[in-house]
Design a protein around this ligand. Sequence first.
Ligand SMILES: [Mn+2]
Length: 496
Amino acid sequence: MKLGTLEKYNNIVIQMHDNPDADAMGSGYALYVYFKSKGKNVRLIYGGSKKISKSNILLMIKEMDIPVEYVEKLEKPELLITVDCQYGEGNVQYFEAENIAMVDHHNTGRMSGEMAEIRNHIASCSTICFDMLMAEGFDINGNTSVATALYYGLFMDSNELSEISHPLEYDMIDFLQTDKALVNRLTHSNFTLEEMETAGIAMIRYSYDKNKRLSVIKSKPCDPNILGLVGDLVLQVDSIDVCVIFNESPEGYKLSVRSCVPDVAANDMAEFLTEGIGNGGGHIHKAGGFINKNKYIRVYGDMGIESYVFGRLEKYYDSYDVVYARDGIKNITGFELYRKKPYTYGYVKTTDLFHEGTQCKVRTYKGDVYVKASDKTYLIIGYYGEVHCLDREDLEKQYLLKNEKFQGSFEYAPSVRSLIDDMVYELIPYARQCVYREEVRILAKHLENPTKVFSERNEEQYMYGNSDDYICCSYNDRHDIYLVKKEVFEEAYSKM
Ligand SMILES: [Mn+2]
């Protein structure tokens, strides 16, 4: 969905979920300002049984001058846009409307379409609104309140930015010019005394598994940010390596995962705990997730959430094999020989974008890569849009370079920013085609069980594959072990 396409409507109501949080407010306010700037008749509302009472949200409204209205009745608008929630869900009061649009990051099973923008791998709805406003060329930084509101929405939905992982979110943080003093004040009026007590009680009632060095904590309903706070504290305990903390809200269960050991990545565990019933993610040490109550009931009926979490965690620890690349593959039974099909990569000469010597940061779906521009330094764009750096000599040795323009499209287009003046460029328009020279032969096998592979280069972090995927190793080096997703494998390799 594009915001521009909604401009054909004149009477627009933006509705946040009941008892709006910072993310709903940031999203709603940003869209309000956008449609106002287009000369629309627009209102920002929420319904439900109670008016906002949380002090940080009240402060946000006052300081940013957000024209939010609490309504019980609503005259049928031409267009109703729900933000940080989806029309018809339990957490958003029902109002009639001629047309309905939605912007949300919760997983309810609904997909994006002409009137819906749903991206459930994004930490906050504010991030999605940021991206949509940027796509319309809207000057977000021209309005400090809007920039700050969007930032604070992401900040609060990601446990103070600790649970973010998507490059779009890093872009947003880099880009927004916020009122830092206000964010600081908001951060210091976040919890009530009652919530402090809730956090204390949650910690007293921990449960602990000595063998797994795992602690699970169920807290009473409270601000979701309490979860991250308690999780961070609990992880500092000497006998705890992994902590899952969760609580219930009217629409579902919010959870935070913390881990300080390489064999459990917090984001993996959060994904596993919410699989099929919600959404989870983050990075290896800190992650968060949300379980949708309707979906939970559909799948697990009246099973108590505690039994679910414990059962699911038990399954998580039992469910995977571990492969250390340093040990190599000793038994090749079941492995077959494959050849890599020719695949066209993109390559870019760094001095085509920047002056010799410029320090720059390449942002990709798989994290940031730092390089110094020089005539000899080239960037290669891989299968997923990930980028790595090579010098001219190695590039020519390994790849056949062509002059044709490289045409790839990725979920997140890799971009480069100069660290000197902060100029950002997309990489793809500068990229030309290249093909790997050598015939690559590998041994591969369908995984039987979900597997974690620790590569030789980085034993801090593992690759995770489920039983659909393939485990591969280089024909010439049995220590060069990696996992490939089924759909990629079938496209990239053929049996010999
Ligand atoms: Mn949200």
